[in-house]
Design a binder for this molecule. Structure first.
Ligand code: NCD
Length: 377
């Protein structure tokens, strides 16, 4: 049984060795070459695997499409559900998930897609010794896209390699790969920011709090903020959970100002336009105890900027004061709304992958022009 980088390469050592050798050639691509492999001949992304492949134009497209989709679905649900009826998708979740799985599934339903799921690995042929490469390739034989969550940090790269090795390359969407990336969560968090700040995300201070070291939502999310001008990013975490050097370097190379705060959250609250809380990712080992100095306490609402927002990718534990969940009249508290935004953000991402995003935006403009009463959904 061969496991390398949290990927199962099958029962046979010689086959595993052969496959790993082929994969190593692909894994040697430069970041730029990999990005090219993830785009089609018109430059559109055909695989959603890494936040670093998103640019501001792409993010604007996703945000505008998500906004349009939620209004069009309210007025003309039939139109939305007719868009991708010919397309099918497999939700392949090899790691626990509630909201990412459910929001993808409902996003697919909103677009009329045929969807199936594999979540119970005991029902998979991997119990018979089939490698993950063959399992993924098998799955790709029946569908038009694959949305996948996996414990391996490099599964995104692996999956694109598997797609490229076959002559049936389908769009692959990374719904969370190990500790490394969670690009669709980053896109939906960005969408939440974009709505709140009316698209104006330059010149802002963002605070990422909690497990900065192993939080894939932080790794992907902070990279998107660095696309903006004059960005300051605080990583607020004890030394042992501080941001990893690769992410820090990436952000600095893009001119973001990176500040590490290891004493606690209180001093950063008044400065930040966004406070992004995360839980300790103890599934990767280590102690689960959360240092109380990094809890977002109810009193912080008084020192928080009036135009700032509080986010959390969820699931949460003790890192947000439980009293916050019972406050209904403070629009800065966004972690529940963020989940619904996530579904619409994923509608936009899937529509984009199948070239249906412009149809949604055009339909929205048309409905607006005839003055129909549009409402948010
Ligand atoms: C996050 C994840 O899985 O990385 N959850 C999510 O997808 N919304 C965050 C977490 O598990 O802490």
């Amino acid at each position: 049984m061969v496991i390398l980088n949290d990927i199962y390469w099958g029962e046979s050592a010689p086959v595993a060795k052969y496959d790993q050798h082929k994969f190593a050639e692909f894994a040697a691509l430069s970041p730029r070459e990999l990005e090219q492999e993830c785009r089609d001949q018109h430059g559109r992304l055909k695989h959603i695997i890494r936040a670093e492949h998103f640019d501001l134009d792409f993010l604007r497209t996703i945000c505008e499409t998500a906004d349009a989709a939620r209004s069009v679905a309210k007025m003309e649900d039939k139109f939305m559900k007719s868009l991708l009826t010919a397309k099918s998708v497999l939700n392949y979740f090899k790691q626990p998930s509630s909201r990412t799985f459910l929001s993808f599934s409902m996003a697919e339903a909103h677009l009329g897609m045929r969807r199936e799921e594999v979540r119970d690995l005991k029902t998979s042929s991997e119990v018979k010794g089939e490698s993950e490469k063959d399992s993924l390739r098998t799955a790709s034989s029946y569908f038009d896209a694959i949305v996948c969550r996996h414990p391996s940090d490099i599964y995104d790269l692996f999956a694109v390699w598997v797609m490229k090795s076959s002559n049936r390359e389908l769009p692959f969407v990374n719904a969370g790969s190990g500790k490394s990336e969670h690009p669709t969560q980053a896109a939906l968090d960005y969408y939440t920011d974009w709505r709140w700040f009316n698209g104006d995300l330059d010149n802002k201070v963002f605070a990422y709090v909690g497990d900065c070291k192993r939080g894939r939502t932080i790794h992907s999310g902070a990279k998107l903020m660095a696309l903006h001008k004059d960005t300051t990013i605080y990583f607020v975490a004890p030394e042992e959970l501080q941001i990893d050097p690769e992410t820090e370097r990436y952000l600095q190379e893009r001119d973001a100002k990176v500040i590490k705060e290891t004493n606690g959250l209180a001093s950063v609250v008044p400065l930040a336009h966004k406070i992004y809380m995360t839980r300790i990712q103890d599934e990767h080992g280590g102690k689960a105890e959360y240092d109380p100095n990094f809890i977002f306490r109810k009193e912080f609402l008084a020192t928080m900027r009036p135009d700032a927002i509080l986010e959390h990718p969820m699931p949460k534990r003790e890192e947000i004061d439980p009293a916050i969940d019972y406050i209904k009249d403070d629009p800065r508290i966004k972690h529940w709304e963020e989940q619904r935004n996530g579904m619409w953000g994923r509608v936009a991402l899937l529509a984009y992958l199948f070239d249906a995003d412009a149809d949604i935006r055009c339909r929205y403009e048309k409905i607006k022009s005839i003055g129909a009463g549009l409402r948010d959904n």
